[in-house]
Design a protein. Structure first.
Length: 244
C-alpha cells in the first residue's frame, strides 16, 4: 500500500505499521521535515510522487507500507468497558476516514466495518483520517447484526443512530438520554443514503437521534459520529468525576 500526505506518512512511521515502512519518497522541501530525520528518504520530483500515490493531494510525500493490520472483533469485545463504533455499509472513503479520525481522538477501542458493501482501509481513507488509522483498531466482520448480538452478550449496550422509527415501531430517544457511562458501548451508524438496515437497527438495544432544528433533513454520517462520540465521552468522563 502507498500512503500519501504528511500526516499519514508521519503516523505510519510511529503507528502499528512502523516496521513495515519500506520506501519513502519526498520532494526537496518535504524531505526537510524534522520528523524524517534518520529515515532513508528518496528525494524526487512531485510528478513522481503523484505517480506513486495516484493522487495530487500528496503534499510532497508518500511511502510504501505493508498491508493494513486489521484487528479481530473479539479482541475489541474482550477489552474492559470498550467504546466501539460500528458502521453499517458506509461506502465513502472520506466519511470512513473522518470517522476514524474522530474515533481515535476520542479514544475509542476500535471501529468495526462489514467485509462487503463498505469502504475499507485504503490510501484515501488513511489520508482522510490524517493518519489516525495507524493507531486505531479496525475490525472487519462478515455480518454486522451478528456482531452486535455478540457485543450484547459480552455486556455492551448497542445504540443505533437513526432519525426514523425501528422495524418494531420503537421511536428513537434523544441522543443525551441514555447512560453511556455504564459498561461497554457500541455506537452504530448507518450509510450516507439509507441509514441503518432494518436487521442492524433491530439488533440495537436502543435507537438515538440528534436534534435537527434547521431545514436540512439530516447530518452527514461523519458529523453525526463526531457529535455522538463527544456526548459519549462527556457522559463517561462525568461518571468518573462523580466516582461512579
Amino acid at each position: 500500500m502507498i500512503v500519501y500526505g504528511r500526516n499519514p506518512v508521519r503516523e505510519a512511521l510511529h503507528g502499528r505499521r512502523k516496521h513495515s515502512v519500506r520506501e519513502i519518497w519526498a520532494t526537496g522541501g518535504a524531505a526537510r521535515e524534522p520528523w524524517l530525520e534518520g529515515q532513508a528518504v528518496k528525494t524526487v520530483a512531485a510528478e513522481e510522487i503523484e505517480r506513486h500515490s495516484g493522487s495530487a493531494a500528496h503534499q510532497g510525500l508518500c511511502a510504501e507500507v505493508g498491508p493494513y493490520p486489521y484487528s479481530g472483533a473479539a479482541e475489541l469485545l474482550a477489552l474492559q468497558s470498550p467504546v466501539i463504533v460500528a458502521l453499517d455499509q458506509v461506502q465513502d472513503p472520506q466519511n470512513l476516514g473522518s470517522i476514524c479520525r474522530t474515533a481515535e481522538c476520542v479514544g475509542v477501542a476500535g471501529v468495526v466495518i462489514p467485509e462487503r458493501r463498505a469502504a475499507e482501509i485504503t490510501p484515501a481513507v488513511c489520508k482522510a483520517s490524517a493518519g489516525a488509522v495507524e493507531h486505531l483498531r479496525v475490525a472487519r466482520v462478515r455480518n454486522l447484526a451478528d456482531f452486535l448480538a455478540e457485543a450484547r452478550r459480552a455486556g455492551c449496550w448497542c445504540y443505533g443512530a437513526s432519525a426514523e422509527e425501528g422495524t418494531g415501531g420503537e421511536r428513537p430517544v434523544p441522543y443525551d438520554e441514555p447512560d453511556y457511562g455504564d459498561g461497554g458501548v457500541v455506537l452504530v451508524l448507518g450509510s450516507e443514503g439509507s441509514g441503518l438496515r432494518p436487521r442492524v437497527a433491530g439488533a440495537c438495544d436502543q435507537l438515538i437521534a440528534l436534534p435537527l432544528l434547521g431545514r436540512v433533513e439530516s447530518l452527514g454520517v461523519s458529523a453525526a459520529a463526531s457529535a455522538l462520540l463527544y456526548e459519549i465521552l462527556q457522559s463517561r468522563a462525568g461518571k468518573l468525576d462523580n466516582g461512579s
